[in-house]
Design a protein around this ligand. Structure first.
Ligand SMILES: O=C(O)COP(=O)(O)O
Ligand SMILES: [Mg+2]
Length: 231
């Protein structure tokens, strides 16, 4: 059997968006894939430590890409930082001075990014930052807004893992629900957008399923499993 690499988003994919409670059957399915010899890597807007701990407790491959691609965690003391939090803080200050309701979200500590509540107009903020010549990435995971350094996203973060572990595009299956997953979809031969994804996100995936979040992951794996050797 050909070994595949599953790049799996967390919020809105294997958890209820907002609540954060894991869909146990979806996690169990990912653990079984890992036990079969496939690689299952969480690629998330959460901190990479959260993603890493989920892999430890959940029984999947112990590698995580967190901070929306800004930080890779390979072990408790082995983090690869791909973004610069100071640039993100500068952008935050400019936004706070000009736009109402720009608020940091209470999240676990970040090493490379700033995370915000989804309480303002992202396009307005993008316009403001470009007028001020501040070059950062602003994105919406449906769970939070993120400020990342320019060029940092889940795709660039995961591509570092692909290089490091010699993972080929043909063997990657990406699963996600939001705009932040689209750069990841583009790295994968097979990409799955869940039922709760927007139409734009769905149009970027090679495959869609009807069920939401964890149920959608199970639906996708059911569709893919008989063909894992062909895709
Ligand atoms: O934005 C977040 O913090 C989490 O979102 P994700 O796991 O869906 O990327
Ligand atoms: Mg998500």
């Amino acid at each position: 059997m050909k070994k595949r690499t599953f790049a799996v988003d967390i919020d809105g994919t294997i958890t209820e968006n907002g609540g954060g409670r894991i869909h146990l059957d979806a996690l169990d399915a990912l653990r079984r894939l890992t036990n079969m010899g496939h690689t299952v890597i969480f690629v998330t807007g959460r901190s990479s430590v959260e993603g890493y701990l989920l892999s430890v407790f959940g029984g999947t491959t112990k590698i995580a890409v967190g901070e929306n691609g800004g930080c890779i965690t390979l072990d408790s003391n082995d983090h690869i930082l791909l973004g610069n939090i100071e640039e993100c803080k500068t952008a935050l200050n400019v936004m706070k001075n000009s736009i109402d309701n720009v608020k940091e979200k209470l999240v676990f500590p970040r090493m490379t990014e700033v995370v915000l509540e989804r309480t303002f107009d992202l396009d307005l903020a993008r316009k403001l930052l470009s007028e001020n010549n501040i070059d950062v990435e602003l994105s919406d995971s449906q769970y939070a807004f993120h400020i990342n350094s320019s060029g940092v996203d889940k795709g660039t973060g995961f591509s570092k893992i692909m290089e490091k572990f010699s993972i080929l595009r043909d063997d990657v299956i990406a699963i996600g629900d939001s705009a932040t997953d689209v750069p990841l979809f583009r790295l994968a031969k097979t990409s799955v957008a869940l039922g709760n994804a927007s139409e734009i996100v769905k149009s970027e995936a090679t495959m869609t399923v009807s069920a939401n979040a964890g149920d959608g992951v199970l639906e996708a794996l059911d569709k893919l499993a008989p063909r894992l050797s062909e895709i």
